[in-house]
Ligand binder design. Sequence first.
Ligand code: ZN
Length: 103
Amino acid sequence: MSDVENTETLTCGVCRKTGSFTAPVSVILVFAPGMAKPYPLIPAEDYRVCGACDAIFTLVNRAVEAHPTTRSAGPWTRAIVVFSDGHGVDVKAKRQGQQVAMA
Ligand SMILES: [Zn+2]
């Protein structure tokens, strides 16, 4: 009876907004020129991302940097982030004018 919903009070470290977080990330499919096939990265713990800003790029960058396979494959060009609620976000890496398409 004492379950506290901590996840409802997450604050984005980038834009400081609350309440715009996605469901936990299930898998991040990383596309990079150095890999023949997209590489699936699975977060070790629940990771929610702010949907109100570019925080998802930080998520992908961190995930790619954290894994030797994707790190050595060179800069990622695209990532598909799939959440535990079944939604997915297709993220295209652009050096400027970055866009996030919600699917
Ligand atoms: Zn944010």
